[in-house]
Design a binder for this molecule. Structure first.
Ligand SMILES: O=C(O)c1ccc[n+]([C@@H]2O[C@H](COP(=O)([O-])O)[C@@H](O)[C@H]2O)c1
Ligand SMILES: Cc1cc2nc[nH]c2cc1C
Length: 349
């Protein structure tokens, strides 16, 4: 369905040389150097550029929410989408602050939403089925949601965008994400389940019991599409498709928290090369996230103890991506600045 190639690493040496010739000790810009290298490889350029940065926030409801796995009622999904449209949520604030465009996609919210210039209506239905009894969606719906997510990114690419953050909103979606993580990685369910929007210990145990019962009920094997259809959400499936299209189009993918990362797990299961295009922006406080990122071999740029979702971790990390680009493109080399290079060990003796 997608055509994703690993980035061509032949440019890595020239990029690393350019980075090492900047007026700093080798490696002294730490993670910013790795981001610069990745961006240069994605764009196959020693002078990469970031154009029309955008945050796509996908919203959807979850049948599993009926089992009391979240401390918040389902209607909060629709209410928070209205908050996004009115410009008052955290993601609005951070996108405005950092010069990112923001679009919201109705992937399948249970309550009705109005027509609005910031909102794309791609609803797959009024929430998924409760996966305690029935697969969350059909295989056909999972494929369709992936396609709709991909289409959103294709539109943005046509408008010149080459860097995208992916956020989500959906009461109950940490349950979906935990199930995707457990089935994709084989990590014990208890290590994938966390407090979500703020469950206490008792609440977490109940969530774990519900999810264990659901895991026992279905047999998906290791098939990423079957896992996505059985336990996913419409917003998660659309993010998966959107990330895959972004990688296909050689855009930089800004990965947010636990739920967005669970979408990446599915995308990675389908097309492992996608990781060449991804930056893990922030390690969420949701307990499974660190192990999920470890499984993918991704080192997060930030750890701020946030556990909000919406794309907030990606939006706050975006200025750091800009800093990476700025040092690569604007900083003087030792030669340009007439700064002496490191002495070799023999001279120091
Ligand atoms: O992205 C994260 O790491 C994250 C961690 C905890 C909660 N959330 C957000 O909280 C909602 C899901 O939490 P819950 O408890 O309803 O499953 C959903 O709207 C997510 O955006 C997000
Ligand atoms: C208020 C609120 C805001 C959110 N943003 C993302 N998930 C959320 C969940 C809740 C409950």
């Amino acid at each position: 369905m997608f055509h994703i190639e690993s980035t061509d690493k032949r440019l890595a040496q020239a990029l690393q040389r350019k980075i090492d010739q900047k007026t700093k000790p080798p490696g002294a810009l730490g993670s910013l150097e790795q981001v610069a290298l990745k961006l240069g490889l994605i764009q196959q350029s020693l002078i990469p550029v970031l154009n029309a940065p955008c945050m796509l926030v996908f919203a959807g409801d979850h049948g599993i929410a009926a089992e009391g796995v979240s401390p918040y009622p389902q209607e909060v999904t629709q209410q928070m989408v209205m908050n996004f449209l009115n410009g008052g949520a955290a993601i609005n604030v951070f996108c405005r602050q950092n010069g990112m465009d923001l679009r919201v996609i109705n992937a399948g919210v249970a309550e009705p939403l109005p027509d609005h210039p910031l909102l794309a209506d791609q609803s797959m239905g009024r929430g998924t089925c409760n996966f305690l009894n029935t697969p969350a969606m059909t295989a056909e719906q999972a494929r369709e949601a992936i396609q709709r997510g991909a289409d959103q990114v294709e539109q943005l690419a046509q408008q010149g965008c080459n860097v995208i953050g992916f956020g989500e909103m959906g009461i109950g979606n940490t349950s979906s994400a935990a199930m995707l993580m457990h089935h994709m990685t084989g990590i014990a369910l208890a290590e994938c389940v966390g407090r979500g929007t703020g469950l206490d210990e008792k609440g977490i145990l109940k969530k774990l019991a519900v999810l264990q019962q659901a895991a026992n009920h279905h047999n998906t094997g290791h098939n990423p599409m079957a896992i996505l259809a059985t336990f996913g959400g419409f917003e998660i499936a659309m993010i998966c498709g959107a990330m895959l299209k972004a990688a296909e189009l050689r855009m930089l993918v800004l990965v947010d928290g636990f739920i967005a990362s669970s979408a990446l797990l599915i995308a990675h299961g389908l097309y492992p090369e996608i990781l060449d295009y991804c930056i893990a922006c922030h390690q969420s406080d949701e307990q499974g996230h660190r192990k999920l990122l470890d499984y993918l071999g991704l080192e997060p740029l930030l750890r701020l103890n946030m556990r909000l979702g919406e794309g907030s971790g990606a939006a706050v990390a975006y200025p750091l991506i800009c800093s990476s680009l700025a040092f690569l493109n604007e900083m003087s080399s030792f030669e340009e600045a007439a700064v002496s290079q490191r002495k070799n060990e023999a001279d120091q003796a």
